[in-house]
Write a protein that binds this ligand. Structure first.
Ligand code: SF4
Ligand code: SF4
Length: 310
């Protein structure tokens, strides 16, 4: 089974639009939306929910008022200012200490040092994950609760469930809409993938973000492919990004022109290749997919098929 992750280095480059179109063009893929902080792929693929599960994020401290002697040690040691002296009394002391769960980082220091064993560390709900059906294939997606810091763990779970779902459905390709940035969730979305498509835009920040993504690809030894979205907005910058991508060992597989049909398609909740397949952006994505799929069916490292240098 092959896994292709689509990354961008930051949000707003058209990554999800490209992924949705690739989902429409690929032959029976399975899909995974690893942007668990702001899952957008479902908005374009009109999923029918099949399964909903709770994601257990991490541990949070809770003080048992009946055991607390109000010594204050936990408040003194908590580096996240998550403990307050406004808990209920218990017959021995008029007030006890209380943990604010939204401020607690789950480090466990308070539980470790409480001699009364009055602090318990309890698993907390961190979000939800879903398996849905779309007209292009099964989709695994998720929603992390605001303030939860376990997005990498949830991304790993989405990946695992996507593999399971793909196997069940006999799919040979998993298309992954990756998270923005280059942090922990991106690492989790990259681990073990067959190849990476970086979607960038012809701006200085697009160039910088692309370099960071390609550095990650090199580090994990993942074959990397690049396409420049809205390339016609700055042709010299596009050429510069493509040269730099090639120097960093990536293969340029496409340029997508600015096309207002992309926004119209988004408004209708459809991939642009489905909404208006003859438009310039749709045609460019169709060509992009041809270039990419040649590398998916062949061993990537030996058969990279670049778009001719411009
Ligand atoms: S360390 Fe334990 S006993 Fe002391 S205030 Fe905190 S919870 Fe209460
Ligand atoms: S687990 Fe850590 S962050 Fe949470 S209340 Fe205890 S010391 Fe503070």
């Amino acid at each position: 089974m092959k896994e292709l992750v689509v990354l961008s280095g930051k949000g707003g480059t058209g990554k999800t639009s490209v992924t949705a179109s690739l989902a429409a063009l690929a032959e029976q893929p399975a899909l995974a939306d690893c942007d668990v902080d702001a899952s957008n792929l479902p908005l374009v693929l009109d999923p029918r929910l099949r399964r909903r599960e709770t994601f257990i994020g991490g541990l949070r401290a809770r003080i048992k008022p009946g055991l607390c002697t109000a010594c204050g040690k936990c408040e003194e040691l908590c580096r996240f200012d998550a403990i307050f002296f406004d808990g209920p009394g218990n017959g021995r002391v008029p007030r006890t200490f209380r943990v604010d769960p939204s401020a607690c980082e789950g480090c466990g220091v308070c539980a470790h040092f409480c001699v009364e064993k009055a602090v318990e560390m309890a698993p907390t709900e961190g979000g939800e994950w879903f398996v849905s059906d779309t007209r292009f294939g099964p989709l695994v997606h998720a929603r992390l609760q605001p303030g939860q810091g376990n997005s990498g763990k949830l991304v790993a779970l989405v990946r695992e469930q996507a593999r399971h779902t793909a196997q069940e459905a006999g799919r040979r390709l998993i298309l992954i809409d990756g998270p923005p940035g280059i942090g922990c969730p991106v690492m989790a979305s990259l681990t073990g993938v067959s190849m990476l498509l970086a979607v960038t835009e012809p701006t200085p920040s697009g160039e910088h973000d692309l370099e960071r993504v390609l550095a990650l690809a090199r580090h994990f030894e993942i074959p990397a492919f690049v396409c420049v979205n809205k390339h016609d907005l700055n042709l010299p910058m596009t050429a510069r990004i493509e040269r730099s991508a090639a120097e960093l060992g990536a293969t340029v597989v496409g340029r997508i022109p600015y096309d207002s049909a992309v926004t119209s398609a988004q408004r209708q909740g459809r991939p642009v290749v489905e909404y208006g397949p003859d438009g310039p952006a749709a045609q460019a994505i169709i060509q992009l997919w041809k270039n990419l799929s040649a590398n998916i069916t062949n061993p990537v490292s030996d058969h990279c098929q670049p778009v001719s240098a411009r």
